[in-house]
Design a protein around this ligand. Structure first.
Ligand SMILES: Cc1cc2nc3c(=O)[nH]c(=O)nc-3n(C[C@H](O)[C@H](O)[C@H](O)COP(=O)(O)OP(=O)(O)OC[C@H]3O[C@@H](n4cnc5c(N)ncnc54)[C@H](O)[C@@H]3O)c2cc1C
Length: 406
């Protein structure tokens, strides 16, 4: 199912096309083997090929350049294409850019150069954005209410170093990354002013990891606990500074949610294509399943859901790339739009993939037929980044207190 991505220029559309072909030739033929690939042999080979495609760290600027890389609508369209094959593998690449966004936005040349040096030594190089903690996931992201006061990972200045102590849970790319962007608090009473995003290289003394989580889906994404025991990094490894680091955290919540919407649309599209083919071949009641109007209605609802969710996330991605017209990425209005895009796309994908499985009978539940994979993968996209409920709160609270005409 080819489509023309809105708000993506001709060059961008060509990139999307290249990724689409890569997904069809390299990822789709292997996707039912990922669950058994516990050592990530297949997955690592694919990541090396993806790295050669140039989709890793697309936001890293050259020396003397302020460019933040390709447009957000294009990046989202690329993530949708990857998720059509395997959401986890696309997100591994996307999370690199997300984790390094703090250094890029904070114009932190020292961190950018240290990361680039690592890239020269090792390809692909991964990065991780470590926000969630054992005691609190949503509360860390819920800055409008909690103001970063529940963040337990501490960063204390000691001479020319930051000393980091604490633990993070679940981050994508944990245990495989070269750099960790760690959301810390310097002093609880300072709230958002105390939030510090500290970059920790993987060879820092005192950094250790738990075992990889065993999950329902998204096998290509690695997640584990990260422990910081008196980890020392240079003062310059803070993304930006007081207040500004909280802005970067809010920006990443906003950006992460719109990209999640794209990934959910990709999952729904992958499942739809499998179901469309299957229901055209298998007959019930004397004709192919999809020729029964009740089944055609479910397929039609799937297309409508996919198309409307895509149109909305692309519009929001466009708005986020034009802060001059629509407001800053971290503003309550933009966080509201990005959260609405994620919630709508995830709700749509979770509902629709379940319905598509019904059209396939028990074959929909069997691994060889692929649809159950999208069903398992897409649930977590809804659960992360504050889940549906915190995102709902973020959608609506920009209207509190309601102002006529606002
Ligand atoms: C595969 C995977 C990838 C992940 N990737 C990352 C990553 O890259 N970086 C990272 O930092 N974390 C990551 N996470 C963690 C994920 O973002 C968090 O688990 C998620 O935000 C929810 O936090 P929690 O599980 O601690 O739930 P809790 O904070 O305990 O919340 C539980 C539930 O309470 C409800 N809730 C919470 N707060 C509110 C509120 N204010 N109003 C209404 N309802 C509320 C919601 O229903 C929520 O789902 C990942 C997790 C997985 C499994």
């Amino acid at each position: 199912m080819k489509y023309f991505p809105l708000f993506v220029d001709e060059g961008g559309a060509m990139v999307v096309d290249v990724v689409r072909k890569f997904v069809e030739t390299e990822i789709m033929p292997l996707r039912d083997q990922f669950d058994a690939d516990t050592e990530h042999k297949l997955i690592n080979d694919l990541l090396i090929k993806m790295s050669a495609l140039g989709v890793f760290n697309v936001n890293m600027p050259e020396e003397g350049s302020d460019s933040e890389g390709p447009s957000l609508p294009m990046a989202c369209a690329v993530i949708e294409e990857f998720a059509r094959g395997d959401a986890g593998i696309g997100l591994v690449a996307g999370i690199n850019s997300w984790a390094m966004a703090g250094a890029v936005y904070g114009r932190n040349r020292e961190v950018i150069e240290a990361y680039k040096k690592r890239q020269q030594e090792k390809q692909p190089t991964f990065a991780c954005f470590a926000m969630t903690e054992p005691a609190s996931g949503c509360d860390v992201e819920n800055l409008p209410e909690m103001h970063g006061k529940t963040i337990k990972t501490r960063a204390v200045q000691d001479g020319d170093s930051w000393v980091v102590n604490g633990a993070k849970r679940f981050p994508s790319n944990a245990g495989i990354s070269s750099f960790y962007c760690v959301v810390c608090q310097t002093a609880q009473e300072k709230g958002e002013e105390g939030i510090a995003l500290i970059y920790v290289p993987d060879n820092a003394k005192g950094l250790s990891f738990g075992k990889f989580e065993v999950k329902a889906g998204l096998q290509s994404d690695r997640n584990c606990d990260i422990f910081f025991d008196d980890v020392r990094v240079p003062l310059s490894y803070r993304a930006s500074g007081p207040g500004e680091d909280a802005v970067i955290l809010k920006r990443n919540v906003s950006l992460g949610r719109v990209v999640s919407a794209a990934a959910a649309v990709g999952c729904a599209r992958g499942a739809f294509e499998e179901c469309l083919r299957y229901t055209g071949e298998r007959e019930v009641g004397g004709k192919p399943i999809r020729e029964h109007s009740i089944a055609a209605g479910i397929l039609a609802d799937a297309i409508t859901g996919i198309e409307t969710a895509r149109a909305y996330y692309l519009q929001v991605a466009y708005m986020l790339s034009h802060p001059d017209k629509f407001g800053e990425v971290h503003s309550p209005a933009m966080i509201s739009h990005a959260s609405a895009a994620k919630n709508q796309a995830c709700q749509m994908a979770n509902t629709i993939i379940g319905r598509l499985m019904e059209l396939m009978g028990s074959y929909g539940y069997i691994r060889d037929y692929h649809v159950e994979k999208y069903w398992r993968d897409v649930k977590e996209i809804q659960l992360w980044l504050g889940g549906h409920q915190l995102a709902q709160f973020d959608v609506v609270r920009r209207y509190y207190p309601y102002k006529i005409g606002a």
